[in-house]
Design a protein around this ligand. Sequence first.
Ligand code: UD1
Length: 340
Amino acid sequence: MRKILVTGGTGYIGSHTAIELINQGYQPLLIDNLSNSKMDRLDQIEKITGVRPEFEKIEMCDGEQMKELFSRHQDIEAVIHFAAVLQVGESVEKPLFYYRNNLVSTLNLLDSMNGSGIRPIVFSSSCTVYGNPDTLPVTENAPVKEAVSPYGNTKKMCEDIIRDSTISTTIQAISLRYFNPIGNHLSALIGEEPHGEPTHLVPYLTQTARGIRPHLNIFGNDYNTPDGTCLRDYIHVVDLAKAHIAAIERLLDNKQDKNYEVFNIGTGIGYSVLEMVQAFEKATGMPVPFKFAPRRSGDVEAVYADTHAAEKSLGWKAELGLEDMFRSAWEWEQTLEHHS
Ligand code: UD1
């Protein structure tokens, strides 16, 4: 079995990807510093797949720990790099922490890969690099805009670092630019666990439906969109996880056209916040009280993906729709016990 290192492997997208790797016959080695996830993810992955993935608690910002990891596991064939701190608001408060954490961990990873002769890496990037795009749907050729937050900037900077390292080393990379990942594994055993008041739309929706929040604030209803609320491309996390398998196989099979490639990972459909509320109510039968609130600073008006490149080159296409996303998110919400 081919061993794939998954950094941030116990996190929301990392653990869903670990499941898909196991389902496809790979041997994931998960590493995480457990700053934003717990070891019990391993139990849940085992319950779902019947396989307990190998795990090591690693601080990726410590170069020595990374070197030792790679010398202990000389059979790693490829890397999927998720590990990062990722709260937009927090990144504005603690920019140096964000830059240090997300950049140093990536540099250490690339150094270790290079030292061990490991070529393939799939990087977890974001549509945030497009900012407010000039044309929609947005293609991979759209210009990268100045980031609105240090978090967004770390995604752009890591893309640049990875791209540049493919020029002079043997590293070959694919950056996947995710649109808005939502939903959970259909078993409702794993999912996103927001700390405190959620900032993302779907956890806020599910907590409001559950009565934990009195109402959802819809940030802005005066945008230049059909109903005045922002448009986003929401993608089921299980579809997103599968895109990583397609990307890693493209690299392992040497099918890439260039040493560094970028693909949008979305559904290609833009839904408004109001449409999301209505679709959630329809999928779950749960009413969601909402109020219109002022625009949130840093929000872009509309962004959704052109997915043709991923379809053509990765042979990947999103299969799950909003109903699957909301049903799974709602089932997951009802398993959560603590909210503050
Ligand atoms: C957010 C991040 C983005 C990151 C992405 C994936 C911000 C500003 N952006 O995208 O950098 O790449 O997640 O992790 O955090 N909304 C409401 N009420 C709410 C919450 C959200 O109306 O209580 C609206 C937002 O204005 C937006 C949409 O819902 O139009 C989606 O918001 P959210 O889930 O936070 O994702 P993004 O902001 O698109």
